[in-house]
Design a protein around this ligand. Sequence first.
Ligand code: PHE
Ligand code: ZN
Ligand code: ZN
Ligand code: ZN
Length: 296
Amino acid sequence: EAGAVGAVIYNSVEGDLNGTLGDPDAGVIPTGGISKAAGEQLATQDGAEVTLELRAFEEERTTYNVIAETKTGRKDNVVMAGAHLDSVTEGPGINDNGTGSAALLETAVQLGGSPKVNNAVRFAWWGAEEFGLVGSTHYVNSLSFEQQLDIALYLNFDMIGSPNAGYFVYDGDDSDGVGAGAGPYGSAQIEQRFIDFLENRAGVPTEGTDFTGRSDYGEFIAVGIPAGGLFTGAEGVKTEEQAAKWGGEAGISYDPCYHAACDTLGNVDRVALDRNGDAMAWVTAQYAMSTEEING
Ligand code: PHE
Ligand code: ZN
Ligand code: ZN
Ligand code: ZN
């Protein structure tokens, strides 16, 4: 293609042979046989030198949330549980977030459409979390104030089977006093419910993880809805102390394939997913029976 002047598109990466700027993020364009790096000089047929510009090729898409609610239970005291259904473009996203969305589906299927519950349970599979929490933010903001008040609490599940898993529960009361602050009133009680299941029933030690705003609970806590949930770690590195109590490998991240092409079916700690799926189902069912400890 050297010598051609104009824009060329290869596998959704656009190379502009007129340009002189290189985009280091775009890396190397696959050109079906030859590879050219951003900023690389190309010789044209008439001998002139051009420099390759790479631009990420953007497109507009429509994306959806999938919402399902039990027919039974109070509609003005809804227990919500959610997981994002999308992945990054770099990989298939099996741990992030096939684990959370599959466990949520199994919880919904086991619960059924008309369980004997006091409170309705509403499940949400969010779209476009990876593009800025788009689906969950849109959902919360599409509700009236009254509809927001009808949600008793929100439980979030994003990455719950990391291959070098940590057992993290969202820190509802900011008990460590560092990092992001506490969640809305009630979040500490939710945290304790998850700790109770994992530590006392499954026998697994847990640690807190801050509400950093990096997942779909963000807009819920922003409007004052108590929240909690589980997380087994992303790019953070497991310490020696954590490896001693949880197993796995110290000095490497909880998920070495985080946001990468290797986040495939092999990238799941099935024991962690099983325990966290059980915790999800247990805590959801507890609150389906009663949210009295949160809302009185
Ligand atoms: N939301 C992040 C992602 O999908 C993962 C994450 C979850 C990071 C919770 C920190 C805390 O990539
Ligand atoms: Zn992600
Ligand atoms: Zn995620
Ligand atoms: Zn706490």
